[in-house]
Design a protein around this ligand. Structure first.
Ligand SMILES: *Cc1c(COP(=O)(O)O)cnc(C)c1O
Length: 420
């Protein structure tokens, strides 16, 4: 059984987030006297005697047993992440989706009801609606930002509210404290927040009443576009239920990826604070540009959740979405012309990435289907990296200058049906 996370939680209460990024999570014993956490590259762990084995199984020792149940390098990363989120414990997974699917499988059974916000991560929604329903789970989707609809959707059978903040691609902000108050309607109700876009630097949902937080560590936490990982943090009892299923499903994180993650997190606060600043600068530049019809960034007063973000977050994040005054093809040409911003899915790394959701994450949909969920043809999502803001802006400025503004772009295929 893994140890309780009390030591690092205590640390995280005394030190700043910057300090916790570097120092929270310590290997339990380190034969190398290394300052950094070694990669424990082993599939199994030796017992010196049957007596040691008995001590382990009867919970008298704190040690590893077999790689699918735990790994010391992974454990240190879990301790660090628990400390950053202010959680009692954390469990790491091979990807963000492994964290989400394992958590939902672990906490739901036939007949349970889940409420999720309509703009949550698409794979999460597809998993719940298209897969969990096969096992008798009932799901209700409610519009983003509609607390009344959320509360009205909760019944006696509701086990989970799954929300996300900020959301992709319109960066809607969830009022986590208000959502968590809905828990008083039903004693078994838990709130899970996918806080991938926020990171513990910008928002700590557990302190606002959420029971569990999930991050795709592939994004900001790893931060270097070199690993896949996911984590669930929060209440120790819930995390333990999720970890037990992980041991069965085998969706564990490899110790090499855990090492990269530990290394990445050391600079998390530095990176995210810079990305917050750069994204706001870029968002203001875009909002003033004639080729840009609309910018979605919670740090701008024009964003519908600006006040909520100011009240509940300590930074607005590194992702900026915007609609160009041109067509699908005009937008594609603009992205093709970018030199600094790299066209790629994903976000949160040190490299600035750019994508056109209509031709990337929502490619297989028809224009009508995209319109129905508010994905405009000329929508662009930019994830700013840690390059100089002036270089990012120069790249965008050069590209935007070439755009031939389409007169009909405001009407282009999506009408008034955007989610914001
Ligand atoms: C990327 C992402 C996921 C999935 O994470 P993977 O590590 O790609 O499996 C889940 N939620 C959000 C909000 C994401 O951005």
């Amino acid at each position: 059984m893994p140890p309780a996370a009390s030591a690092f939680s205590a640390l995280s209460e005394r030190v700043s987030l910057h300090t916790a990024c570097v120092r929270a999570g310590q290997p339990r014993q380190d034969a190398l006297d290394a300052v950094t956490t070694p990669i424990a590259c082993t599939a199994t762990y030796a017992f010196g005697s049957t007596a040691e084995l008995r001590d382990h199984f009867e919970g008298r020792t704190d040690r590893e047993e077999y790689g699918r149940y735990g790994n010391p390098t992974v454990r240190v990363a879990e301790e660090k992440l628990a400390a950053l989120d202010g959680g009692q414990d954390a469990a790491l997974f091979a990807s963000g989706m492994a964290a989400i699917t394992t958590t939902l499988f672990a906490l739901l059974k036939k007949g349970d009801h889940v409420v999720l916000t309509a703009d949550c991560y698409r794979r999460t929604r597809v998993f719940v609606q298209g897969f969990l329903t096969r096992y008798g789970v009932v799901a209700t989707l409610v519009p983003a930002g509609d607390l009344d609809a959320l509360e009205a959707a909760v019944t006696n059978d509701t086990k989970l509210i799954i929300t996300e903040s900020p959301t992709n691609p319109y960066l809607r902000i969830a009022d986590i404290a208000a959502i968590s108050r809905i828990k008083s309607k039903s004693p078994r109700l838990k709130v899970i927040v996918d806080a991938t876009f926020a990171t513990p630097v910008n928002q700590r949902p557990l302190s606002q009443g959420a029971d569990l937080v999930i991050h795709s560590c592939t994004k900001y936490l790893g931060g270097h576009n070199d690993l896949l990982a996911g984590v669930v943090t929060g209440d120790a009892g819930l995390v333990s239920i999720v970890r037990d299923l992980r041991s069965m499903l085998g969706s564990v994180l490899d110790p090499h990826a855990a090492y990269l993650l530990l290394r990445g997190i050391k600079t998390l606060a530095l990176r995210v604070e810079r990305q917050n600043t750069t994204a706001l600068t870029v968002a203001r530049f875009l909002e003033a540009h004639p080729a840009v019809e609309r910018v979605f960034y919670p740090g701008l007063p024009s964003h519908p959740d600006h006040e909520l973000a100011r009240r509940t977050m300590s930074g607005f994040g590194g992702v900026v979405s915007f609609v160009l005054r041109t067509t699908l093809e005009g937008t594609a040409r603009a992205l093709d012309a970018c030199e600094l911003a790299t066209m790629a899915p994903s976000l949160g790394g040190v490299e600035t990435l750019i994508e056109q959701p209509a031709l990337m994450s929502h490619y297989e949909m028809t224009p009508e289907e995209r319109a129905a969920i508010g994905i405009r043809e000329s929508l662009v999502r930019l994830s700013v990296g840690i390059e100089d803001a002036s270089d990012i802006i120069a790249d965008l400025e050069r590209v935007l200058r070439t755009i031939e503004i389409a007169n009909d772009s405001a009407a282009a295929s999506c009408g008034n049906n955007t989610q914001v």
